[in-house]
Design a protein around this ligand. Structure first.
Ligand SMILES: *Cc1c(COP(=O)(O)O)cnc(C)c1O
Length: 369
């Protein structure tokens, strides 16, 4: 496999890498923006769903489908806005999460637009702050009660600080979309009072299940933009992430030997064991033990025994492998074989969201074509 281009946050001796395909991201963003019929406020929270903020930011800066970006915490927002400044990109950065008044001066200084949930927040906003008023239409996580939202919005408008009004679907992946349409109706009843600001609503499942939403100016698909969309069959999406680890050790063990903690796997044949220097501390799910497979030397092979904190063992019997070779944990290998993250999610009874966002700091992220 060819050497990937340099990462933005290099480790001295990375043992595992995540290759992030810029062309896959561009393709997905364009597809989703087309589906929604509007530009995107692109969710890049949790280190861009584990893909690496710095690796993904150039795509956000370049993509015509992306109006702006959103993250969850003030620290993420400050980090992203610094990265974008380095790229000479002036697209807006928005904070989905609630914030504390003591955080506001730094956020305003960096030009970050933030979420307002209450009248008290609206009245205490510092000058220069741009607010996205969030309306709770049924998720009950953040957002003003719809009955109070109009008053809060008016106050923000009087102050010249209302940038947008938004809400969030809570069950848009469900087969029955009755609740989603009720949520959307509630949203429409609020936003019709504010025709001069942006309206945004629509996570991945809403974009894919509901299509364009009348009167909505921006959509916010997250997971699907990274090419992953488990409950909704969407062959158009291309997974952007491939995760690989290098073999650090090879040894043979006889049939009948037990491998790893608690001897969960007993070898049924004489076996060449390849040891990989990644484990659950790197985000590989420990719960996948007993079911997981990897791509090694162009073949699918089982993970042997329990996934350890820093290691996992793989059956490499009969394969032409050497220490230093790259093994694919999910994504595509050099031979073009695919192992979809949704397979790993099923083996570990985890959501793809969890696997992506738990990918650890010892895994170096690289931009790939
Ligand atoms: C995370 C998030 C999204 C994106 O959700 P996906 O399911 O990943 O598409 C959209 N809006 C808000 C407010 C979010 O927090």
């Amino acid at each position: 496999m060819t050497t990937p281009p340099a990462s933005h946050t290099p480790l001295a001796f990375a043992r595992a890498r995540a290759l992030i395909s810029a062309s896959a991201l561009h393709h997905n963003l364009k597809f989703l923006s087309g589906k929604a019929g509007v530009p995107l406020l692109w969710p890049m929270k949790a280190n861009a769903y584990g893909h690496g903020l710095e690796v993904v930011a150039p795509v956000a800066a370049e993509s015509d489908a992306v109006w702006g970006m959103a993250v969850a915490t003030p620290d993420e927002a400050l980090k992203l806005s610094a990265v974008l400044r380095g790229l000479h990109c002036c697209k807006p950065v928005m904070l989905f999460g609630a914030s504390f008044p003591e955080e506001w001066p730094a956020l305003v200084e960096a030009g970050i637009e933030f979420t307002v949930n209450t009248l008290a927040e609206a009245e205490a906003l510092p000058p220069g702050a741009r607010a996205h008023l969030k309306v709770n239409t049924g998720m009950h996580r953040l957002g003003a009660d719809p009955a109070e939202a109009v008053e809060i919005g008016r106050r923000l408008e009087e102050r010249g600080q209302l940038a947008a009004i938004y809400s969030h679907f809570s069950e848009a992946e469900a087969e029955d979309q009755t609740l989603s349409w009720t949520q959307f109706q509630t949203f429409q009843e609020v936003v019709r009072h504010f025709p001069n600001v942006l309206h945004h609503m629509g996570n991945s499942s809403a974009v894919l299940n509901l299509g364009p939403l009348p009167g909505v100016d921006l959509a916010r698909p997250g997971l699907s933009s990274y090419g992953v969309m488990p409950p909704i069959e969407t062959p158009e999406l291309i997974p952007a992430m491939t995760v690989q680890a290098r073999i650090t050790y090879l040894h043979s063990a006889a049939a009948g030997e037990r491998v790893g903690y608690n001897g969960l796997s007993t070898l049924t044949r004489d076996t060449l064991i390849a040891t990989l220097p990644v484990g659950y501390a790197d985000g590989y799910p420990r719960r996948a033990t007993g079911q997981a497979e990897v791509l090694i030397a162009g073949e699918r092979r089982p993970v042997l025994g329990r996934v350890c904190m820093d290691h996992m063992m793989v059956d490499a019997t009969g394969l032409d492998v050497r220490p230093g070779d790259w093994v694919t944990l999910w994504g595509h290998d050099a031979q073009g074989n695919a192992l979809h993250i949704s397979e790993l999610a099923a083996w570990s009874d985890m959501a793809e969201y969890e696997i992506l966002t738990r990918l650890g700091g010892r895994v170096e992220r690289f931009a790939a074509p």
